[in-house]
Design a protein around this ligand. Structure first.
Ligand SMILES: [Zn+2]
Length: 152
């Protein structure tokens, strides 16, 4: 694994508790927490604790471990949130924060992962469509949902 902590990386700051997060799972190698700007309630992510930029550099056994956690969180979201999402999607896109992250995406309709409803192309880059994104929920709301879907 690469260096354990990158002081300028917000996800490494979450790992070391120097930045706040609404945590839904943690073990020796990973930490999972709510997305602060979710498209849908319950959107969260699994990251390796060590700073690894590209997901393709995550060791295979660790990547498989991350997927197992994502599966548990996806099932928890389906079981505990109301309204219940129609499906759970998983996204690894590699942009935003340069620390590998596997996003668990509750889907209430077919546009909830790939749609230009939430993203737009500006100067050849896909960026969040600020006007169409839901407003960021307050920390207390993220904490409430995190408590609801937390797994062991
Ligand atoms: Zn990092």
């Amino acid at each position: 694994m690469k260096k354990l902590n990158n002081l300028e990386c917000i996800f490494c700051q979450i790992v070391s508790r120097k930045a706040p997060a609404s945590i839904v799972h943690e073990d020796e190698k990973t930490i999972s927490f709510m997305n602060i700007r979710p498209m849908r309630e319950g959107e969260c992510m699994v990251i390796p604790k060590g700073h690894i930029d590209h997901f393709t550099d995550v060791p295979d056994d660790l990547a498989a471990h991350m997927m197992k956690i994502a599966q548990k969180l996806g099932r928890s979201i389906l079981a505990k949130l109301s309204p219940r999402p129609l499906r759970i999607g998983y996204v690894v896109h590699g942009f935003g924060v340069a620390h590998a992250h596997l996003v668990i995406v509750p889907q209430h309709n077919e546009h909830d992962i790939t749609s230009l409803k939430f993203f737009e192309v500006v100067d050849g880059k896909i960026v969040p469509a600020q006007d169409s994104l839901p407003p960021p929920p307050p920390r207390a709301e993220l904490d409430r949902v995190a408590e609801l879907i937390r797994i062991e």
